[in-house]
Write a protein that binds this ligand. Structure first.
Ligand SMILES: NC(=O)c1ccc[n+]([C@@H]2O[C@H](COP(=O)([O-])OP(=O)(O)OC[C@H]3O[C@@H](n4cnc5c(N)ncnc54)[C@H](O)[C@@H]3O)[C@@H](O)[C@H]2O)c1
Length: 350
């Protein structure tokens, strides 16, 4: 019997999720939901779904899917995750960032744990070939001991910022840092409300230092304005080499002793690459459902770790001190607290 999938939210992302699920053997999108009739009818047709609903609650009640993909606005996701757990789904793929703050993330984790549901977060850029190949080079030790990582993006903390923290966490071997120091300024409202500009560093066990720079003033954006929203890069330096990945250009790795860079031309714009990444991410949830004990790289727990990194930078900006792990159980999101500060700047006594 095939795995029945429901798509909640029929925007650009919901459609991409649905196409990936339908392309996986043994999976079928059986139902879609969107409050917008034109959107749900177009996506239902494109995905050959047998049932179409307006509100997501009707999809959960009547279609009884095994898996749901949640691709609606971030402020609604906690409620949908809770309802999906109550409806008896086995797996959830939720768009990133799963939550707008750590307290909300904790509530999501509790909901899935209490109901025995597996949940992964849509960090599909992990599966892009250039990033993956460089990570494999790092993991195999080809670059020697890793000393420094730098990630930059044009978009703000909760947009590509969470993709980048997630990549940074992956390149650091899925280990949390020991400490973070950050600064943040400006504020951008919208779907992902957060600081416009962010800068910070993370200190890891073993001496690895990682640096992050996000926002329209970041060098990635200023030196490559043509890249638009997709200006997003990572560099990693080890004792034995250097790797660079650019989401639009692919990757290159130099290893001590080699006379040439190893080049990966496949990038975000190469036909088929993005759908394949989405498929592999979705497959990781199916694998986890079949193989007890297997934790997908983009599990809710791992997604929390990279979200903690974002929040720690914001807490450091607010408190003007180094933030160390384990983080305190903040009642409110430090990132969202920065909104108030951006509206009422501190009176300068100097
Ligand atoms: N992983 C990535 O690279 C990536 C890229 C872009 C966006 N995103 C995330 O994906 C999310 C979705 O992106 P999008 O561009 O498809 O968004 P979108 O706003 O175009 O689509 C969301 C849809 O959800 C529907 N919706 C809202 N409430 C609903 C309800 N109660 N029941 C049923 N449907 C409901 C809306 O009508 C809308 O059509 C964004 O919020 C963003 O956080 C992720």
């Amino acid at each position: 019997m095939s795995t029945r999938v429901g798509i909640i939210g029929c925007g650009h992302r919901g459609r991409a999720h649905g196409e990936a699920w339908n392309a996986l053997p043994g999976c079928k999108v059986v139902a879609v939901a969107d409050l917008d009739p034109e959107r749900r009818s177009a996506v239902s047709k494109a995905l050959s779904a047998s049932d179409t609903f307006g509100h997501y609650r009707d999809l959960l009640e009547h279609a009884r899917p095994d898996i749901v993909s949640i691709a609606l606005q971030p402020n609604l996701r906690l409620e949908v995750i809770r309802k999906a757990c109550e409806a008896g789904v086995r797996g959830i793929l939720v768009e990133k960032p799963a939550a707008l703050g750590l307290p909300e993330h904790t509530l999501m984790e509790e909901a899935v744990r209490q109901n025995g549901v597996l949940c992964i977060v849509n960090y599909q850029t992990r599966y892009l070939p250039a990033w993956r190949k460089l990570r494999e080079r790092v993991r195999s030790g080809a670059l020697g001991r890793i000393e420094r990582i730098l990630v930059t993006s044009r978009l703000v903390a909760l947009d590509q910022g969470t993709h980048l923290c997630d990549q940074l966490y992956a390149f650091a071997g899925q280990e949390l840092p020991q400490a973070a120091v950050g600064q943040a300024w400006g504020w951008r409202e919208g779907m992902h409300p957060g600081p416009t500009e962010m800068f910070g560093s993370f200190h890891f066990d073993g001496g690895l230092e990682a640096f992050i720079r996000l926002g329209p003033d970041s060098p990635t954006a200023r030196f490559n304005p043509a890249a638009g929203a997709l200006a997003y890069q990572l560099d990693v330096w080890g004792e034995g080499g250097h790797g660079h990945v650019d989401i639009l250009e692919g990757g290159r790795t130099w290893i001590r002793g080699l006379s040439e860079w190893e080049i990966t031309n496949e990038s975000w714009t190469t036909p088929g690459v993005v759908p394949q990444a989405q498929k592999e991410l979705s497959q990781s949830l199916l694998d986890a459902l079949e193989k007890p004990g297997f934790e997908p790289p983009c599990s809710l727990r791992h997604a929390r770790a990279s979200f903690e990194m974002c929040e720690a930078l914001c807490a450091s900006a607010l408190e003007r001190r180094k933030i160390e792990w384990p983080l305190p159980a903040w009642e409110h999101s430090p990132m969202q607290a920065l909104r108030t500060l951006s509206e009422q700047p501190l009176r300068k006594p100097w």
